[in-house]
Design a binder for this molecule. Structure first.
Ligand code: GDP
Ligand code: MG
Length: 161
């Protein structure tokens, strides 16, 4: 490649992004995917699924004792979810910035949550909050064989790093 060491992209990182049931029902899947595509990130896994209570309790294992957990289960099982794995330099931190604050009313304008919702109980999208969390969640939601590594046929005409 033409890049020198100092501006070389950091190690490929992956994160779990999920469009929650309200996002699917409000037909926001395309707009959410678009934001990750236009940023230059790479889609390596995608599925529509009905989430089980068992998967949720593992996914949200730190939240099961919270008072809002029963409502969170009802919310997250109220319809299908679109689960995705996206890849790119520093994607865990960047995607948290793209998604915005957990409470949409505190989210920065321009973030997904600020632009598409107003209440913490219906906040449209999930993004892993750390690299360790991302690895754990990706293993939980996807079989390894369903994650694909792929290359652009002509990197010179894309933003691919
Ligand atoms: P996230 O990482 O920004 O999604 O936030 P957390 O991991 O802290 O919480 C997971 C999800 O639980 C949030 O995205 C919300 O959907 C939900 N949640 C968090 N806090 C509350 C709350 O106070 N009330 C309700 N109803 N849901 C909440
Ligand atoms: Mg979280």
């Amino acid at each position: 490649g033409h890049r020198n060491k100092s501006d070389a992209p950091c190690v490929k990182e992956r994160t779990l992004i999920a469009v929650k049931p309200d996002g699917v029902q409000r037909r926001l899947v395309g707009q959410i995917i678009h934001r990750f595509e236009r940023r230059g990130f790479k889609l390596v896994g995608l599925k529509l699924l009905q989430v089980s209570k068992d998967l949720l309790s593992q996914h949200y294992c730190q939240l099961t004792k919270k008072p809002f957990y029963p409502d969170l289960v009802d919310y997250m099982t109220s319809g299908p979810v679109v689960a995705m794995v996206w890849e790119g330099p520093n994607i865990v931190q960047t995607s948290r910035m793209m998604v915005g604050h957990t409470n949409p009313s505190e989210a920065q304008t321009g973030t997904i949550r600020a632009d598409f919702c107003f209440h913490v109980s219906r906040n449209v999208v999930h993004a892993s909050d750390s690299t360790e969390g991302a690895q754990r969640e990706i293993r939980l939601w996807f079989d390894g064989q369903d994650l694909l590594s792929w290359d652009c046929i002509d990197k010179s005409v894309t933003s691919e790093l």
